[in-house]
Design a protein around this ligand. Structure first.
Ligand code: X8Z
Ligand code: ZN
Length: 609
C-alpha cells in the first residue's frame, strides 16, 4: 500500500472541464478558460491530498475487519477514487507535456501511467471491477482449508498451514498442507478472468495495449526496454541461482528419496520450507555446509528471552533512529495492527500504509516471534520511513523513485542485521568466528538468491495473461510452465485447469505488481555494498552493518526525500553514486558461497529439463 494507490473521493474540481463533461456535468465549464497544464496538475495535487484519507480509511477497515459491510464500503470508495483518477489520466493526456515545465511534465506523465488498475468509464463496469477486486482480496484474507466443510473445527488458516510447510519434514503432511491452501483459490478464477477483461479495457482507454504494458511504463524508460532490463539483470544472477538449485535439490533428494525429489528434475514445491517455494531459509538445516555452524539462531534467541511482538518493532525502529532518522509518530504505535485479532477475519499479509499521505503511517501484520517476521518488520518499517521521508513533496510525487526502491529500503536495513549488530544491541554475546561465514551466507542465500526467479515469474505470468498470450483455459498450465522454466520448481501433484494456483499467492488477488520485488532484491545489495563502501567499510559484505552510521542515514534520507519527483537513476545516484541497476553487488556478496556451491556440484548433473 504505497501512497499513490490510496487516493479517494476526489472533490469535483472546478478546473476540470473535460472531466466534468465526462461525468455528465454539462455546462459546468461553459465560458471558463481551459486551465494551463500547471494549473491542472496543481489542482489534481490538491484534490489527491484532500481526499486520500477517506479511501484509505475504508480500505484499512476492510483489511483489518473483513465482512460484507466493510467490503461494500471499500468497493464503493475505490470506485469513486478510481473513476476520478481515470478521468484525470485522460485529461492529462490532452496536454502537451513537452511544452510544460519539467516538473509539470513529470506529473502529467505520472498521471497517465501511474495507475496499477485502470477501469472502463462505464459506471456499471467500474463498480463491477472494484467489487471484484474487493471480493478477491477478502477471499484470500479469510481463506481457510476446511476438509470437512466450512465452520468445522478441521478448518486451517494460512498461518496454520504455513506452520506445517515451514517446519515439517514429513512429505505426506507437507503435501496435504500445500494442496489444502490451494483449495481457497479456484473460486477466484471467474473473478480473475473478468478482472483481466475490465482492467484491460480501462488500460486501452488510456492508450496502453493492456494492463501489463501499463505496468511496464512506470520506469522512466520505454516499456519494452524495461522488460529487457529485467532480462539483463536475471541473466547476471541466473548462474548463481542454478548452482543453488542444484545443491538444494541434491540434499533434498537424499533426505526425501528420489521418488519424492528427482535428482535431475525440478524440485517439488512442497519440500522447500515455504508455501510458495519463494524463499527457502526454513530448510537451512537440510542443506547447510557441514562445517562452521552459523553460531546462533535468531528465532531461538527472540523466543528464549521472551521478546514481545511490539518489542520487535521497537528494535527495528531503533535501527532507523540510529541512522539519524526521527522516531515514528505516536499514532503509528496506536493505530498499527501488530497482532492477528482473534475475533474477526483480517488480511494478514504484511503491508505498510500512509493513510493521509502524511504522518498517519501504520503497518498491518500478524507478527509471530521469529527471525523471518523480525526481517519482515524491518521491511515494513522501510516503507514507513520512506513514506515519512517524501511527505514534503507535492502529493503526486509522494512515492518512491520506482516501486523497487520502496521494496528495497527496509531490506537494506535488514541486511545490516548482522551478528555484530546483534551483539551491539545485546541479543547475542559474541560474534561467530570467520569459519561461520559460509553458513551465514547459505542462510542468506536461501532467502535472497532463491527468491530471484520467483520475483520475476509472477509478472511474466500476468504480462502474458493481460496481453492475451495466455488465455483463461491455460492460466494454471502457464503458471506451472513458468515456475519450472525460471525456478526449476514443479507442482508436487497433478494440477488441472480446475485449479487456480496463482490465486493462492497474495499479490495476484491483491493486484500488486511483483517485478518490484525482483528489482528490490537486486537494488538492496547494490545499496548495501555502496553504502558500506561510502562509510569506509572494507571487510566481507555480509558482515557489514550501517547501524549507527549517520552518513549512511544521510544518503538514504536524501534518496527518500526525493520521492518520485525525479527519474529513479537520480535517486539511485544520491545513495550509491551509480545511475544503473547492477546485479554484480549480489554476486559480490555471495562470491564465497558461489565458489563452495560449484565445488559441491562437481560430479552432479545440474539444470532440469
Ligand atoms: O509482500 C511482501 C511484503 C509486503 S510489501 C511483506 N513481500 C513479498 C512477498 O511476501 O511475496 C516481501 C518479499 C516478497
Ligand atoms: Zn513491501
Amino acid at each position: 500500500m504505497s501512497s499513490s494507490s490510496s487516493f479517494a473521493r476526489l472533490r469535483p474540481l472546478f478546473l476540470l472541464c473535460a472531466a466534468a463533461a465526462t461525468a455528465g456535468l454539462s455546462g459546468a465549464c461553459a465560458g471558463d478558460a481551459r486551465p494551463t497544464a500547471a494549473e491542472f496538475t496543481a489542482a489534481v495535487d490538491e484534490a489527491v491530498l484532500d481526499n486520500s484519507y477517506d479511501l484509505s480509511r475504508a480500505q484499512w477497515v476492510q483489511a483489518t475487519y473483513i465482512n460484507e459491510d466493510t467490503n461494500a464500503l471499500a468497493a464503493r470508495a475505490s470506485a469513486e477514487f478510481l473513476g476520478r483518477m481515470v478521468e484525470f489520466a485522460k485529461e492529462a493526456a490532452t496536454y502537451d507535456a513537452e511544452a510544460a515545465p519539467a516538473e509539470v511534465a513529470r506529473k502529467l506523465g505520472l498521471l497517465r501511467s501511474g495507475l496499477t488498475l485502470a477501469a472502463p468509464a462505464d459506471e456499471a463496469k467500474l463498480n463491477e471491477l472494484t467489487e471484484i477486486m474487493t471480493r478477491m482480496e477478502a477471499t484470500y484474507g479469510s481463506g481457510k482449508h476446511c476438509p470437512d466443510g466450512p465452520d468445522t473445527d478441521t478448518c486451517r488458516s494460512l498461518g496454520d498451514l504455513e506452520d506445517v510447510i515451514d517446519n515439517s519434514r514429513d512429505a505426506g503432511g507437507l503435501l496435504d498442507a500445500w494442496e489444502g491452501w490451494r483449495t481457497i483459490s479456484p473460486p477466484m478464477r471467474a473473478d480473475y478472468e473478468r478482472f483481466v477483461d475490465l482492467s484491460n479495457e480501462g488500460a486501452r482507454d488510456l492508450g496502453f495495449s493492456d494492463t501489463g504494458a501499463m505496468w511496464r511504463s512506470k520506469y522512466d524508460m520505454p516499456p519494452d526496454d524495461f522488460a529487457g532490463e529485467v532480462d539483463r539483470l536475471w541473466d547476471q544472477v541466473k548462474p548463481l541461482y542454478d548452482d543453488l538449485q542444484c545443491h538444494v535439490r541434491a540434499e533434498l533428494s537424499e533426505r526425501y528419496g528420489a521418488d519424492v525429489v528427482d535428482p535431475t528434475g525440478p524440485i517439488p514445491a512442497h519440500v522447500l520450507g515455504n508455501m510458495w517455494a519463494q524463499s527457502w531459509s526454513n530448510i537451512y538445516d537440510l542443506v547447510a555446509p557441514p562445517a562452521g555452524d552459523p553460531g546462533y539462531d535468531l528465532t531461538e534467541i527472540l523466543q528464549n528471552r521472551g521478546t514481545s511482538e511490539v518489542e520487535m518493532v521497537e528494535m527495528a525502529e531503533g535501527f532507523f533512529t540510529s541512522l539519524g532518522l526521527e522516531a515514528l509518530p505516536d499514532t503509528f504505535w496506536t493505530r498499527s495492527q501488530f497482532l492477528k485479532p482473534q475475533d474477526r477475519e483480517v488480511v494478514c499479509h504484511a503491508s505498510a500504509w500512509q493513510l493521509d499521505l502524511d504522518e498517519d503511517v501504520r503497518i498491518k501484520m500478524c507478527i509471530d516471534v521469529n527471525a523471518e517476521d523480525f526481517s519482515t518488520i524491518h521491511h515494513e518499517l522501510g516503507h514507513s520511513y520512506y513514506q515519512l521521508g517524501y511527505r514534503e513533496q507535492a502529493p503526486l510525487f509522494r512515492d518512491s523513485a520506482n516501486d523497487g526502491f520502496h521494496e528495497a529500503l527496509g531490506d537494506v536495513i535488514a541486511l545490516s542485521v548482522t551478528p555484530g549488530y546483534l551483539v551491539d544491541i545485546g541479543l547475542l554475546d559474541t560474534e561467530p568466528p570467520a569459519d561461520a561465514d559460509l553458513s551465514l551466507l547459505m542462510r542468506m542465500a536461501l532467502d535472497k538468491v532463491a527468491f530471484l526467479p520467483f520475483g520475476l515469474l509472477i509478472d511474466r505470468w500476468r504480462w502474458s495473461v493481460f496481453s492475451g498470450e495466455t488465455p483463461p483455459e491455460e492460466y494454471n498450465a502457464a503458471w506451472w510452465r513458468l515456475r519450472e522454466q525460471y525456478q526449476g520448481v514443479t507442482a508436487p501433484s497433478a494440477r488441472t485447469e480446475d485449479d487456480f494456483d496463482p490465486g493462492a499467492k497474495y499479490h495476484v488477488p491483491g493486484n500488486t505488481p511483483y517485478t518490484r520485488y525482483f528489482l528490490a532484491h537486486i537494488l538492496q545489495f547494490q545499496l548495501h555494498r555502496d553504502l558500506c563502501a561510502a562509510i569506509g567499510y572494507e571487510g566481507p559484505l555480509h558482515r557489514c552493518s550501517i547501524y549507527g552510521n549517520e552518513e549512511a542515514g544521510r544518503r538514504l534520507s536524501e534518496m527518500m526525500a526525493m520521492g518520485l519527483s525525479r527519474p529513479w537513476p537520480d535517486a539511485l545516484e544520491a545513495a550509491t553514486g551509480s545511475r544503473e541497476m547492477d546485479a554484480t553487488a549480489i554476486l559480490d556478496y555471495f562470491a564465497p558461497l558461489a565458489d563452495w556451491l560449484r565445488e559441491q556440484n562437481e560430479g552432479r548433473t545440474c539444470g532440469w529439463s
